[in-house]
Ligand binder design. Sequence first.
Ligand code: PAF
Length: 305
Amino acid sequence: MAPYTSAQPALSWCIVGRGAIGLLAGARLQLAGYPTRLWLKQPANLQLNFTDIQQQNKQLCLLPQQTNSPVQRLLVPVKAYDVRHAVAQLMPYLANNAQLVISHNGIVPLQPLLEQLTPEQGLWFLSTSQAAYKPAPDHVIHSGTGSSYLAKLTAASWEDDDIVAAMTVALGPLSVVADIYPLLWQKLAINVAINPLTAIENCQNGQLAAPRYQPQIEALVSEVCQVATASGYPMDISSSLAKVYQVIAATTNNFSSMQQDVQAGRQTEIDAICGYVCQQAAQLNIAAPANKQLLMRIRALTTAT
Ligand code: PAF
């Protein structure tokens, strides 16, 4: 990770929450010279132990965001169902030209979020396959090398290069794309196949390589491909299935985010994953029984706990 070298001082970044991806980004930004602050429900210094991908340990201190200076750069790596609430809470503290980068699994309608912003504020979406986890609340481990895609959802502005540079440091290698939706649909195919099944079976991702899960995974992914294609994002079933099995193999010992949420009794992202597929399918008059079944099962599991 290259240190920040521009003649201009690096603008500070505010990161919402203390999730694994946010802390990974925060640690990498701070180590590269970007002043980095956390926006937490209970503001406090975080003495963070960061284990990088080379398994080197680094000690950092991430300070809480001060409310007396406007937030210029905001990374919102929170769950899909929390984004609107998190941004609404921060609105009074955002600079007039603040740039916001959101990042989560699944797809949620972005229009309500866009409507909250002023014309000079910018909204970006970052989709990442970097892997990180927290063995303790003050320890984040960068456990798997991935990459990230970044797209601007609002009009271009002169500040765009510095956002791309910072996000490359935080979660790169990074590619900038004009339209994030083809990638979001591809990631959705991976999440519908892995997340609910691992949560129901209470297993690591690798267990889904067993032949008995194949018919269900094929049905789930085939529904995503039909709905994405009918929505204007053509997706091919066999290459999408190949990607799903690649991710299962690459993350064989990982517990998916939904497995962890269900085990911890937390709300899951099922509405933005299978729920989004069902919603879009209904609008397009396409049947999506496999996604509907898992949507219902995960909802039942989480309301029962
Ligand atoms: O949500 C997750 O856990 C991840 O997106 C993925 C790719 C399924 C790997 O566990």
